[in-house]
Design a protein around this ligand. Structure first.
Ligand code: ATP
Ligand code: MG
Length: 217
């Protein structure tokens, strides 16, 4: 897999820029705030559909414009591939493979594989466990794209269970701590508990397997 070209339109500080990577290695040189990190961020987005710098698409679009486009051509063993990602200040992002729009973002993952190193990687060891999980998640998403879906399901169950817990707490506050939590709440909580356990074990199993692959033998 080989990144041949990158075309950035209205992405971050790029209005319209086509970069061809002709050499086996490329070094980006430039003054501060010229767009070096922005360019790498575009590659990261094509690879993982995530940016470690921003959670909102709005921030990725060139100020005062509504849409950003990142396109890339890759040379793979089975031929060349074109990837396209459209980001909007309002509305959902869309992805395309060989100029055909993909219904599921999942099908976009795992095509452009990238590895990042940074001086901040020390944080992986020193920082919070959440960071290590996020790092593992991003590798898994690239190597086993279905993992993105598994993780999304887990987060959805977690959110819904948390919302229910909040509801229960509110009821207890209103009716006193001794108030027995209504039967329906109990039944609903048991349901979410079971789903959380199922979804959670899928996530931990895959993370565990990945850690084994990474561990020196
Ligand atoms: N949505 C946006 N619209 C327009 N400009 C943006 C947007 N987001 C970021 N920028 C601009 O991009 C520039 C930062 O680019 P980038 O972080 O890639 O710099 P860099 O070349 O990596 O610099 P450094 O050497 O300091 O790391 C800033 O000038 C910032 O204002
Ligand atoms: Mg930078």
């Amino acid at each position: 897999m080989y990144l041949k070209s990158l075309h950035l339109r209205q992405f971050r500080n790029y209005r319209d820029c086509l970069i061809n990577f002709d050499a086996p290695k490329t070094i980006l040189l430039g003054n501060n705030a010229q767009g070096k990190s922005n360019l790498l961020e575009a590659v990261e987005l094509l690879s993982t559909l995530k940016s470690h710098r921003s959670a909102r698409d709005r921030e990725l679009v060139l100020e005062t414009t509504p849409i950003a486009e990142i396109r890339a051509t890759l040379e793979r063993t089975y031929g060349s591939v074109e990837l396209g990602l459209t980001l909007r200040t309002q509305g959902r992002r869309t992805v395309a493979l060989n100029q055909e729009s993909l219904r599921r973002q999942l099908d976009f993952l795992g095509i452009l594989n990238a590895v990042q190193f940074s001086s901040l990687d020390l944080e992986l060891v020193r920082g919070a466990p959440e960071r290590r999980r996020a790092w593992l998640d991003s590798i898994l998403t690239q190597l086993e794209p279905i993992y993105a879906y598994i993780l999304q399901q887990y987060n959805q169950v977690l959110r819904q269970r948390n919302a229910l817990l909040k509801k229960i707490r509110k009821q207890q506050q209103e009716e006193g701590v001794d108030a027995s939590v209504s039967k329906e709440f109990h039944a609903e909580l048991a349901l979410w508990d079971a789903q959380l356990a199922t979804a959670g074990s899928r996530v931990t199993r895959r993370r565990g397997r990945m850690l084994k692959r990474l561990a020196p033998s």
